[in-house]
Design a protein around this ligand. Structure first.
Ligand SMILES: [Zn+2]
Length: 274
């Protein structure tokens, strides 16, 4: 330990605390961010000691920031999911995962912990390979259609098509509220083609506002092989958080199994498909 510390100290370059631009240090330097891990104990101790020393010399404030969050904040603008992996040596990793919320903040889906890389990758969100393996019976071959965004039909749902002149056919779940406004359209009796697999369903999930609730939800979804496409915090009060959750699933039976598992968790207050 003595040797490592000495080595770390020797490697440290002189730091010039004088401001390089206009104004002096007092104006330029108000806060010093120090990442607080996870990471090697020795490395963290040297970094925090350095930050505190600089704070004493400049009267700036030291702000402790978790390393995984700093890395997530530096993800490219289009990234929806981030898995952080830091080498913890001996075949282990420090890891954490985050999902970008609609307001651009990051929600910690899995807080930082020690794990194996293969286990983390197995839980990480990824595109569903069978995404395009759907077909619909009852349509003229080659006719353009899309799955309506109001009710997010998935294989297994009873579906109906709305056909209007010069528009793509809209496929809705029977019972969708939007159908009431479709009286001007032709209604088509539709069914899923055999072997149709893959679709995105939307759930409204109310979690109890307790530490680890989001992580518990993520691990249930992971164990059911559901892929989170989008996660939005829509409401938060003192004791509950309401999320809209877009999930890639195989079919209705898969979705029902996921909903049942979520409803069985203590951290989950309610789950509804929307
Ligand atoms: Zn609809």
């Amino acid at each position: 330990m003595q040797r490592v510390l000495a080595q770390g100290a020797l490697d440290m370059q002189p730091i010039d605390l004088r401001a390089s631009g206009p104004g002096d240090v007092d104006d330029a330097l108000r806060r010093i961010g120090a990442t607080v891990g996870p990471g090697s104990f020795t490395g963290l101790r040297i970094a925090i000691t350095l930050a505190k020393t600089m704070a004493l010399a400049t009267a700036a404030k030291v702000v402790a920031v978790p390393t995984p969050l700093v890395l997530a904040e530096n993800a490219p603008p289009g990234a929806r999911h981030v898995v952080i992996v830091l080498d913890a040596k001996r075949g282990q990793i420090f890891t954490a995962s985050f999902a970008r919320l609609d307001d651009d903040d990051w929600a910690a889906v899995e807080p930082a912990h020690l794990d194996a890389l293969s286990a983390m990758l197995a839980r990480a969100p990824r595109p569903l390979a069978q995404r395009t393996a759907i077909s619909i019976k009852g349509l003229t071959p080659g006719v353009a259609y899309h799955l309506a965004q109001c009710c997010h039909p998935i294989p297994g749902d009873r579906i109906v098509g709305l056909r209007r002149e010069d528009e793509e056919i809209e496929v809705h779940v029977i019972g969708c509220d939007t159908l009431a406004s479709g009286v001007d359209a032709d209604w088509l009796d539709l069914a899923w083609g055999e072997g149709s697999d893959g679709g995105a369903a939307r759930l409204s999930v109310i979690l109890r506002d307790v530490p680890g609730a989001l992580g518990a939800m993520a691990s249930i979804l992971g164990s059911k092989h559901a892929n989170i496409v989008n996660l939005g915090l829509v409401h938060r009060d003192g004791s509950f958080q309401t999320f809209n959750l877009d999930l890639e699933v195989h079919d209705l039976a898969h979705l029902h199994a996921i909903i049942a598992a979520l409803r069985g968790a203590d951290q989950v207050s309610s789950v509804e498909r929307i």
